[in-house]
Ligand binder design. Structure first.
Ligand code: ATP
Length: 590
């Protein structure tokens, strides 16, 4: 527990750095607000004992003005302290979420891919929320509540000792009732949240795979599963609602016991002449002020267990080491020619299963190099090593004789563009997608890039041209269209080296030739490396590298390799004339 408190303290020091004066100011104004609020029982006492009892009508108006002044001071201090403190703590929450997001973007893919859907979301939003709430409890609420309870206790003891003891006794009874109900209420809240999350995950996943569900005729089974989940949620809702009501009722009963108790016990003291009627009323009011303070302290103590869980989850993500580390003193990569050399590259996603075993290859500037091989040969893996999405276990990659591990990641990825296979577009307009990661894009440059990528004509035929929305909530682009948008991005960014992982989806011959023309235009300014899945692509390549069993087994031009009658020829031969150009090259084994 102390370890967790120390960790929380460390986080407070990080995220509330430089905020001490603002927090101190917020705390002081909150204290003034609370102290001024204490005037109410005194005003009541004064009204009954002095004005009513002493028949001092002349004091009525000054008292009214005093009440007005109290209200004004309370409103001001209340609003100021809320504004200052909310700003500080919300800013801390913002920084925590931003930090977590930034760190997670650098986390290893293996780590990210095993996270359940919704989990990332919950940790970035939910856990930071509960940690931030506890920050303010620890720094403001708990000290303020403690201080205030002591002040009220002292005032009550000053008024009448036995009566004060009586009030404390009834209050502790009330706190006991609240805390007794809190645990089961919390348990139900968690169960409800878990069930709701799992049901919403269920809905998202089912509709994502709706085609499969229809094709397999499982709509009814899925609806039954959903109903079962909903039934469980309903049962939890009813139980939790009833428990909440019973807890409220119990608190009301104890509340009444408390007020009647004070009235009864205080009444006997008033009748015996031990205290005045004003004191009794003041007691009633001030003890009403004490209760929320004590409940708040006990609430904070009880919630610590949940905060600890949130803290552990937060730290698990917060401390995940970045997948790729930049060397201290890394320099800026300045590509002159764009020659890429792989020397003895070895890599495996797990040490037990090597994917690449000793790749030696040169990618010449101003040329297109196609990397081919059967499915799973490691082509995409090689592409990922080139932009340091992973680091090789052995060997190195040189760009213009500089090891890419020696340069900053930012400069590397500014020079080497990786156009990923599959979904490489984001929800947004086509314009936004072309300009993604490129700034500031000039309008003419974007249009020119789209033209070079042979994307301009099809874009102009879309309903809103460059401003057509794609992805979620927009229209779907075909594989060939998406690829040309990505190519336009490459032209616009002016990468010196472009690694294109060709999509596996079907592309008609006309689109294919448009893409090839774009690639031929691209090679004038860049080193182009294509992870080729289509037989036609290899024909425009200046060099073909054949990857098998983690090694480059053949290298040359299309005709040369065919004539050689080796692995490449075997892959190519297995493609029937009629399917050639439509099927994936990689699907045919060597
Ligand atoms: P394809 O033509 O089907 O895209 P590829 O030649 O590009 O195949 P890679 O995607 O590089 O092949 O995969 C090479 C091997 O590494 C495969 O056996 C694959 O299962 C494995 N692999 C790929 N990604 C991962 C990963 N993230 N974790 C573990 N293994 C992986």
């Amino acid at each position: 527990m102390f370890k967790d408190l120390a960790t929380l303290w460390k986080l407070i020091k990080i995220y509330l750095k430089g905020k001490t004066p603002a927090i101190a100011f917020g705390f002081l104004t909150a204290l003034v607000f609370a102290l001024v609020g204490l005037a109410t029982p005194y005003i009541t006492k004064f009204l009954i004992d002095v004005i009513f009892h002493g028949q001092r009508e002349d004091l009525l108006l000054p008292l009214l003005f005093f009440c007005g002044a109290v209200l004004v001071v309370m409103s001001f201090t209340g609003i100021i302290s809320d504004y200052v403190l909310v700003n500080c703590f919300e800013r801390a929450k913002l920084s925590m979420r931003h930090d977590l997001f930034t760190r997670l973007q650098k986390a290893p893919f293996d780590f990210l891919s095993v996270q359940r859907s919704g989990e990332l979301n919950y940790r970035v939003f939910g856990d930071t929320e509960s940690i931030e709430t506890f920050f303010s409890r620890l720094l403001i609420n708990i000290p303020l509540d403690l201080l205030f309870s002591v002040i009220i206790g002292a005032i009550m003891i000053g008024w009448h000792f036995e009566m004060a003891v009586f009030v404390f006794f009834v209050l502790s009874l009330q706190v006991l009732v609240i805390t007794g109900f809190r645990k089961p209420l919390l348990r139900y809240a968690l169960l409800r949240k878990g069930q709701s999350q799992s049901l919403s995950g269920f809905v998202v996943e089912r509709f994502r795979n709706i085609q499969l569900i229809r094709a397999l005729n499982t709509e009814e089974a899925e609806a039954a599963n959903f109903k079962k989940g909903l039934g469980e949620l309903m049962r939890l809702n009813v139980r939790s609602f009833m428990l909440g009501r019973i807890s409220e009722l119990s608190v009301t009963v104890v509340n009444n016991i408390w007020s009647f108790g004070i009235l009864w016990y205080g009444g006997t003291l008033v009748l015996a002449g031990e205290i005045t009627l004003g004191t009794l009323m003041a007691f009633l009011l001030i003890s009403g002020m004490l209760y929320p303070r004590i409940a708040s302290i006990s609430g904070a103590v009880l919630s610590f267990q949940d905060v600890r869980a949130s803290l552990h989850r937060f730290l698990e993500y917060y401390q995940v080491p970045p997948a790729i580390l930049e060397r201290p003193g890394a320099t800026e990569l300045r590509v002159k020619e764009g020659k890429v050399v792989c020397e003895n590259l070895a890599f495996g996603y797990t040490p037990a299963r090597p994917v690449l075993r000793g790749i030696n290859a040169t990618f010449a500037p101003g040329s297109i190099t196609a990397v081919v091989g059967r499915s799973g040969a490691g082509k995409s893996t090689l592409a990922k090593l080139l932009v340091r999405l992973y680091d090789p276990a052995a060997g190195r990659i040189l760009i213009d004789d500089t090891d890419i591990k020696q340069v900053t990641l930012r400069s590397l990825r500014r020079s080497v563009g990786y156009l990923v296979q599959g979904e490489f577009l984001f929800s947004g307009t086509i314009w936004e997608n072309i300009c993604y990661g490129v700034n500031p894009p000039g309008e003419e440059a974007v249009v020119a890039a789209a033209k070079k990528a042979a994307a301009y004509d099809f874009i102009m035929q879309l309903p809103d041209g460059f401003y057509t929305r794609i992805g979620e909530g927009g229209m779907r682009l075909s594989g060939g269209e998406a690829q040309r948008i990505a190519l336009a991005r490459a032209f616009l960014a002016g990468y010196k080296i472009v690694v294109l992982d060709e999509p596996t989806s079907f592309i008609d011959p006309q689109t294919e030739s448009a893409i090839h023309n774009a690639l031929l235009a691209l090679k004038r300014t860049s080193t182009v490396i294509v992870i080729a899945h289509r037989p036609s692509t290899v024909k425009i390549a200046d060099k073909i590298l054949v990857l098998a069993e983690g090694r480059i087994v053949e290298e040359g031009l299309h005709e040369e390799l065919l004539a050689k009658g080796g692995v490449y020829a075997a892959i190519y031969a297995e493609l029937g004339e009629e399917t050639r150009g439509k099927e994936r090259l990689g699907e045919y084994s060597a």
